[in-house]
Design a protein around this ligand. Structure first.
Ligand code: MG
Length: 282
């Protein structure tokens, strides 16, 4: 099993193995449980993900998926509904705005932010003006994602979009979430850090493992660090699912992580090894 490279990470893993009933594992979806693909609609969960998560879930206080995707989409792509051993899974979608619980099969969420509708109407014209008509607009209902991954020069397209998208967001009281060749416009005031704080509060867990791969995971990293710095009995383990697609993620997450795993294959292998350890010690 790959062990954390930091003292604080090793302490967190030890705490988890010592007292799994007070440990929570939360993971991003894309780039951790599912390989990144050009068309986000065709993403597929790693074939070993559900089995690994369910083995871990059987021993821990809880397991959650925290994603920028709509919760229903992550549940569907992940095959989480009715999955063996995941009867208590929680999927926090759209950065925690939406919540799906396997126990009920229902999604709860607030109304979409009022700025989404005017932004939605404006986006096609904006893309036309920037000569980026072929950018892919993913309408998430409560958020709009502009994908440039499939354009001939995705990095150049992203740069051209940066300022106009920031202006559009400011005009409509929305937040811009940057990602791998994507800008997402969404409600202000929800990020993965909020999702992590909510999970900690409602479960009473004292050890939290978080797996992420991209800059949208930075607030979750911040929340885990703030939590574990808040008391000797609090533990947090930050895992980065490595990707060479995003230098910003390498800078923001890679350098802060207690453990780096080689992409989704490495993340799933690590979860399997964790399950082995949990099963052999009980
Ligand atoms: Mg991701």
């Amino acid at each position: 099993m790959q062990t954390p490279t930091t003292d604080i990470g090793r302490a967190a893993l030890a705490a988890l193995l010592e007292d799994p009933a007070h440990a929570l594992l939360a993971s991003d979806f894309d780039g951790v449980l599912a390989p990144i693909v050009d068309d986000p609609d065709t993403a597929h969960v790693h074939p070993g993900a559900v089995a690994a998560l369910s083995r871990v879930a059987a021993r821990l206080r809880g397991v959650a998926v925290v994603t920028g995707r709509p919760a229903a989409q992550a549940v569907s792509l992940g095959g989480f509904e009715g999955a063996d051993g995941l009867a208590d899974l929680v999927v926090l979608g759209q950065y925690g705005v939406e919540r799906w619980e396997a126990a009920t099969g229902e999604i709860t969420a607030p109304e979409p932010p009022p700025g989404i509708e005017p932004a939605r109407r404006r986006v096609p014209g904006l893309l036309a003006e920037l000569d980026l008509r072929d950018a892919q607009v993913e309408d998430k209902g409560r958020a709009l994602a502009l994908h440039v991954r499939r354009l001939p020069d995705p990095d150049g397209a992203l740069e051209r979009l940066r300022r106009p998208v920031a202006e559009l967001a400011a005009e409509n009281d929305l937040h811009v979430e940057p990602g791998k060749h994507v800008f997402e416009l969404r409600a202000v005031g929800f990020d993965k850090g909020d999702a992590i704080r909510t999970l900690l509060e409602e479960t009473g867990a004292t050890t939290l493992v978080y797996l992420g791969d991209d800059v949208g995971d930075i607030p979750a990293y911040d929340a885990v660090e703030a939590y574990r710095n808040g008391g000797a009995q609090r533990h947090g383990l930050l895992i980065w699912s490595e990707s060479d697609e995003s230098p910003a993620a390498a800078e923001a997450l890679g350098k802060r992580a207690d453990l780096v795993v080689p992409g989704p294959d490495g993340a799933i292998a690590w979860l399997e090894h964790l399950a082995d350890r949990l099963e052999s010690s009980s």
